[in-house]
Design a protein around this ligand. Structure first.
Ligand code: A2P
Length: 276
């Protein structure tokens, strides 16, 4: 079994990527180069993570050719107006040391800036070659519908929190309908108590895998879903990609879906939209 790509809006996105939130400096660079050396082909960063230079260093330190890597960055919510978005994207490219990213996302919606202007600027960034593909993050069903209606270039991804505690079925269905990949951030629930869920432990035991591997398998077995677990630890980076030699049964998938709970969302800053 090989890692598959999720195809959406003309983009081909490796279904597993390395998240880099909260990793900085040499630790981040080393995590990125190690991940690429052991087979990761998708790296996710953001200008807000203050680690784009380190990610760029990691890319160069690995022996993997640039065109083999799917690299995503995000523009911050204060930088999504016309003019400003392009300048922010150019600054990201400079910090990363690349000519273009594979995917440029609006990191969070911002009601203070008309979405029409943000999407026009994002499309322009793609036409100018700053990004091969464009997308959004933390967009609700309504915002995603507005964005896809406004865009004259394909919106290929919506990156949002997702793990078995958080039911995202309606949002994922909306993404599939619009040919948009759904990228799960915090796919391991930030590495917290979710990994001690008895159901995840029992499934892990049956497959000789860890609960983290079971959760990641649950993500990538869902049509159109990409997962980007963050780790700066070599052992866990390796653990998180060793998920293509087993699969979950339909019953096991259902058991994990049954963990969804009303208060399952872990990440909701003050500027978050009114969630679905
Ligand atoms: P570390 O970087 O020390 O490995 P998420 O992507 O869901 O936000 O989870 C990231 C958190 O989970 C990080 O704190 C990371 O810590 C931890 N983590 C990543 N992979 C694993 C794993 N396989 N098992 C346990 N914890 C993990």
């Amino acid at each position: 079994m090989k890692m598959h790509n999720v195809e959406a809006g003309g983009a081909s996105i490796p279904c597993l990527g390395l998240g880099t939130w909260a990793a900085r400096g040499p630790e981040c660079a080393s995590a990125v180069s190690f991940a690429l050396e052991i087979g990761y082909r998708h790296i996710d960063t953001a200008s807000a993570y203050a680690n784009e230079e380190a990610v760029g260093e990691g890319l160069r330190a690995s022996r993997v050719a640039r065109d083999q890597i799917f690299l995503t960055t995000k523009v911050g919510r204060d930088d999504i107006d016309e003019g400003r978005l392009e300048r922010a994207a150019e600054a990201s490219l400079k910090r990363l040391g690349v000519e273009a990213v594979d995917l440029l996302l609006i990191h969070w919606p911002n009601p203070a800036i008309p979405l029409k202007r943000s999407i026009a600027a994002l499309c322009k960034a793609r036409r100018r070659g700053l990004a091969r593909h464009i997308g959004v993050s933390n967009f609700t069903i309504r915002l995603l519908a507005e964005a896809t209606a406004l865009a004259d270039e394909p919106i290929v991804a919506n990156q949002c929190e997702y793990h078995p505690w958080l039911d995202q079925s309606q949002l994922i269905a909306a993404c599939r309908k619009s040919d948009v990949a759904f990228t799960s951030y915090s796919p391991l629930g930030r590495g917290g108590d979710i990994l001690a869920e008895p159901k995840a432990l029992a499934i892990a035991g049956r497959h000789g895998k860890t609960p983290a591997q079971v959760l990641l398998r649950w993500h990538v077995q869902q049509n159109g879903v990409v997962a980007i677990p963050k780790s700066a630890n070599r052992q866990r980076i390796a653990e998180n990609i060793a998920i293509f030699d087993f699969s979950l049964t339909e019953a096991e998938m259902k058991e994990l879906f049954s963990l969804a709970r009303p208060n399952g969302r872990l990440i909701s800053p003050g500027w978050a939209p009114a969630w679905d």
